[in-house]
Write a protein that binds this ligand. Structure first.
Ligand code: BG6
Length: 477
């Protein structure tokens, strides 16, 4: 079997987000955030994608993020397991509401700061570097309800206070940062990404792009502050990347796929990496008469605050056709498109396409020429605990093996890649469906959709496989 050469010092690890693992949603003075008001189950996706959500907790419903997998209390045990697998890095997010419970306080919450001190210290004790996402679908609920989320310019000031607090506090503990998780997901799930629910057709235009603009300004502020406060640190953007294929060679479909690709995959990264709005978006704004409120100095700031690397998630590709009436939509593929006849899909309908990862890496590197970091990739699947207690997740091993091979190919193609953190290295709450049964982990957590379970951790077969991958720096897959 062909073997691959991964660079020395390649950052192997796993990825999570605070709201999907921590629990302790009221502990340590933490305030409520968006994830705390999203119910579990299939209903969640329709809430995320349709208008009208009121951001209230309904006492009749279950809120799986409230306890999640209780990382808040079990982080030592979990980090020891990551260390056993040989993780070089652990991607996690800081819950903004642990640091500023309502988002708009003047002083940071000491209990929240101290919690992440303990987590970072534990990681270092185990030889693992944290890779920290500053905002991962966890906007303070108060900023959503009282300010309208990222549509409101004032949120930029609150975010600036937050990033300054964490950069000063953790300047000796964290050297890899990312600003907004999957920033472009604001197009498909604005509640999580932009902190507001689309209510009218009109919201899809100026309010959406205004919210993005505020995030770009906030991102640039964070990049500059990070470089000033933590010399030598690296801070990246993070996008949801799904290469867009044309359904066929009909030039109309090819052009349509290109337009979709530019808007979804590149718009945000173009601004964050190149430091300016791309030409195609300016034409789009002109055509739709969208005039953004851009304050004096914003564009200069965006130019100065460009990111050091591009972090991205990769789960699936997308196939597009201009007129979709005569073929089936790709059901479940979060980002839309039509069914690709060459691909199989996961139990949740996400099309499995390892070659698409090689394509993505090449496209991103060709376009930006900055280091890349695959910070999410994985297979959400149902796992079965056998009578003898084993969990034989060969399907997950196959998925990851094929994707890591694709990365190996991309490295041979000349792509510069910092590392790979597979998503949900420990089972966690699904972001789009709120389920526990959609499992990604190398570590099984005894927690179920009805809220039952002991929270005990168990190593899956993939745990041992990934440990070997890391130990051989990707040579043995
Ligand atoms: C990404 C998010 O979209 O995909 C994660 O950054 C999320 O938060 C992951 O969990 C997988 O999606 P899901 O819906 O299966 O949890």
């Amino acid at each position: 079997m062909k073997t691959y050469q991964f660079p020395e010092g390649f950052l192997w690890g796993g990825a999570t987000a605070a709201n999907q693992i921590e629990g302790g949603f009221h502990e340590g003075n933490k305030g409520l955030n968006i994830a705390d008001v999203l119910p579990g189950g299939k209903e969640r996706l329709s809430i995320l994608q349709s208008p009208g959500f009121n951001f209230e907790i309904d006492p009749e419903k279950d809120y799986p993020n409230h306890e999640a997998i209780d990382f808040y209390h079990r982080y030592k045990e979990d980090i020891a397991l990551f260390a056993e697998m040989g993780f070089k890095v652990f991607r996690m997010s800081i819950a903004w509401t642990r640091i500023f419970p309502n988002g708009n306080e003047l002083e940071a919450n000491e209990e929240g700061l101290a919690f992440y001190d303990r987590v970072f210290d534990e990681l270092h004790k185990n030889g693992i570097e944290p890779v920290v996402t500053i905002s991962h679908y966890e906007m303070p609920l108060n900023l959503v309800k009282e300010y309208g989320g990222w549509r409101n310019r004032k949120v930029v000031t609150f975010f600036e206070r937050y990033v300054n607090a964490i950069f000063h506090r953790y300047k000796n503990k964290v050297k890899y940062w990312m600003t907004f998780n999957e920033i472009n997901s604001g197009f498909i799930m604005p509640i999580q990404g932009l902190g507001f629910a689309i209510q009218t057709e009109e919201d899809k235009y100026k309010p959406t792009f205004q919210a993005f603009h505020h995030q770009f300004v906030a991102s640039a502020i964070a990049v500059k502050a990070c470089h000033d406060i933590i010399p030598g640190a690296q801070i990246g953007c993070m996008i949801l990347y799904a290469p867009v294929y044309s359904y066929d060679s009909n030039p109309e479909n090819v052009m349509y796929a290109l337009q979709e690709e530019r808007m979804f995959n590149y718009f945000c990264a173009d601004v964050q990496v190149r430091g300016e709005y791309p030409a195609f978006i300016k034409c789009y704004f002109d055509e739709l008469k969208i005039e953004l409120d851009i304050q004096e100095g914003d564009l200069e700031l965006i130019k100065e605050g460009t990111v050091d690397y591009v972090g991205f998630s990769y789960y699936m590709s997308r196939t597009e056709k201009k007129e979709k009436t005569d073929i089936e939509n790709s059901e479940g593929n979060l980002i839309g498109g039509v069914k690709n006849p060459f691909l199989k899909a996961s139990d949740w309908g996400w099309e499995i396409d390892p070659e698409g990862l090689r394509i993505s890496l090449n496209q991103l590197f060709d376009r930006y020429q900055v280091p890349l970091f695959v910070v999410e990739n994985g297979l959400g699947a149902y796992d079965k605990v056998e009578e003898d207690g084993s969990i034989n997740d060969d399907y997950r091993i196959d998925f990851l093996r094929n994707h890591i091979k694709a990365i190996g190919e991309a490295i041979e193609d000349g792509v510069e890649l910092m590392g790979y953190t597979s998503w949900g290295c420990i089972d966690l709450v699904s972001a789009s469906s709120g389920e526990f049964s959609k499992r990604y982990g190398f570590i099984y957590v005894d927690k179920h959709d009805d809220g039952s379970g002991t929270l005990a951790r168990k190593k899956k077969k993939s745990f041992f496989w990934y440990k070997d991958v890391i130990a051989t720096n990707g040579e043995r897959l």
